[in-house]
Design a protein around this ligand. Structure first.
Ligand code: GLU
Length: 490
């Protein structure tokens, strides 16, 4: 493949929200184009103009942009091969329909749904795979004219003569061969005049100069039909790469039940774009490195040779792993905007809770213990919105006893600046060590002993040294006094 001329595309049908499975296809195409300094094109396949498709079309563009997968050519951006909405490309298709009819590579078919259905059932009953019988192949030109004049609805069928083989080399699955006898004549224009998927998709890839089609393996069996159409029109063939599907933990296609979510749901749940990209770029594709990478690095090391042939299993734990990484790597200002994006029940925003001027320090104190904006909000509340202690924290505080906190206040008073120095002198003063030293302090300073939201990911909350610096001596003193009160010493 000549890298400098690589042109990939994402060609969604706007019939629903973008999900993990289809957005992975978009990502792979994007990364391949970026890796080769090529062009990534977006085409909206809205030929059957189902209701509501404008909303889905806009939604998927928004999702792609949010993920950072900006297209070089397509809706909004434009480009030399537009329009990029198939619903606006009727004129292009009409030319090729005419050419195919003129060369008798396609013919009008007047068979009704009812006839076709009966035919299919009879073939199945006889143990044969259903194929179009070819009834309308032999209609003469005048018969066709008469029927059209009589207003009979007609589809346009592409003629596929039996007896040969269509072969191509799939970039992922290797050499493929399909017998034309197994394909049969197929519809390329519906009776309402709209092009079938096989047709418009293949024509557009060719005329838009797409050189590599990366799509789900469910389209593998469509490819020979598309190759036949392009050959009949002497249009250039792209290379094809059919990628294995994403399946749930039980091996069934990815669905809501098996953990799939829409990009919109992930965004609303607080996932960061690069978490999704780092996860999906490794779902059915391997890198040498397990490091978190920005999009340009994911692209540089992305290769078609590293795509897997076996289906990939969606794994929520992995997605969470990359989310943690994305939070760790995000620039502070971006993370702050992300943290501010949530307004949980009370409608209070984190920037009303974290004292002004402490945002950056707050971010650095909690970012290792935050998976979603709500987590950050909870930590902000624990640390700054009064002294809320959960039941476990109260127990630990009470068990440590009043003298522990009296000593703690004493050590603080003595001017121990760093948390290390403070905890060392408190250890000396009370004889407490390890858990019995740190747990009561954690309970007093953060209001919780365990991470309430992700206990299996993080056993405890943020590092006490960072909390110590963030709170500052006055707040620390107030919290130690409050803990002393809880023990009954107040
Ligand atoms: N519109 C088709 C789909 O969403 C495109 C398939 C392809 O990528 O060729 O499945």
């Amino acid at each position: 493949m000549n890298g400098t001329h690589l042109k990939t595309r994402f060609a969604p049908s706007p019939t629903g929200l973008l999900h993990l499975g289809n957005v992975r296809t978009a990502l792979f195409n994007y990364l391949l184009a970026r890796a080769a300094d090529g062009v990534f094109l977006l085409r909206i396949e809205d030929t059957d103009a189902a209701r509501g498709h404008e909303r889905f079309s806009e939604g998927l563009q928004e999702d792609l942009l949010w993920l950072g997968l900006a297209w070089d050519q397509g809706p909004q951006t434009g480009g030399p091969d537009g329009p990029y909405l198939q619903s606006q490309r009727g004129g292009v298709y009409a030319r090729y329909f005419t050419l195919l009819e003129e060369t008798a590579a396609a013919y009008r078919c007047f068979c009704t749904e009812h006839q076709l259905d009966a035919e299919r059932r009879a073939q199945l009953a006889a143990g044969r795979p259903p194929r179009y019988s070819g009834r309308c192949r032999a209609l003469t030109a005048s018969e066709v004219r008469d029927r059209l004049a009589a207003g009979q609805p007609a589809t346009l069928r592409f003629r596929v003569d039996a007896g040969s083989v269509v072969g191509f080399k799939d970039q992922v699955r290797g050499p493929q061969q399909f017998r034309t006898g197994d394909i049969g004549d197929f519809v390329i224009r519906r009776s309402d005049g709209t092009p079938s998927f096989f047709f418009s998709n293949a024509i557009d890839d060719a005329v838009m100069g797409v050189t590599l089609v990366v799509r789900g393996e469910d389209h593998l069996a469509n490819t020979p039909r598309q190759i036949l159409i392009l050959r009949a029109l002497s249009l250039p063939l792209p290379q094809y790469a059919h990628i294995a599907m994403v399946v749930g933990h039980d091996g069934s296609p990815l669905s809501k039940r098996t953990g799939s979510r829409s990009v919109q749901e992930l965004r609303e749940g607080g996932f960061l774009p690069l978490a999704i990209a780092n996860y999906l770029a490794r779902l059915g594709h391997s890198y040498d490195s397990n490091d978190f990478m920005p999009l340009d690095m994911l692209a540089r090391a992305f290769s078609i040779a590293r795509l897997h042939r076996a289906p990939s299993h969606f794994d929520e734990t992995q997605l969470l792993h990359w989310q943690k990484e994305a939070v760790l790597h995000a620039p502070a200002d971006e993370l702050w905007r992300w943290m501010c994006s949530t307004t949980p029940a009370a409608g209070e925003r984190i920037d009303n809770i974290v004292p002004s001027g402490l945002a950056e320090q707050f971010i650095e104190a909690v970012r290792e213990n935050v998976m979603t904006p709500v987590d950050a909000y909870v930590w902000a509340g624990n640390l700054f919105a009064g002294s809320a202690y959960d039941g476990e924290a109260r127990e630990v505080i009470v068990a440590a006893g009043a003298p522990f906190f009296t000593s703690a206040l004493g050590c603080l008073q003595a001017g121990a600046g760093e948390f290390r120095d403070f905890s060392t002198s408190l250890g000396v003063a009370t004889g407490a060590r390890g858990r019995s030293l740190f747990m009561p302090l954690r309970a007093a300073l953060t209001g919780a002993v365990h991470d309430a939201r992700w206990p299996r990911v993080w056993p405890h909350g943020p590092g006490l040294d960072r909390i110590w610096n963030l709170l500052g001596p006055a707040r620390v003193r107030r919290r130690l006094e409050e803990a002393a009160r809880i023990t009954g010493a107040g």
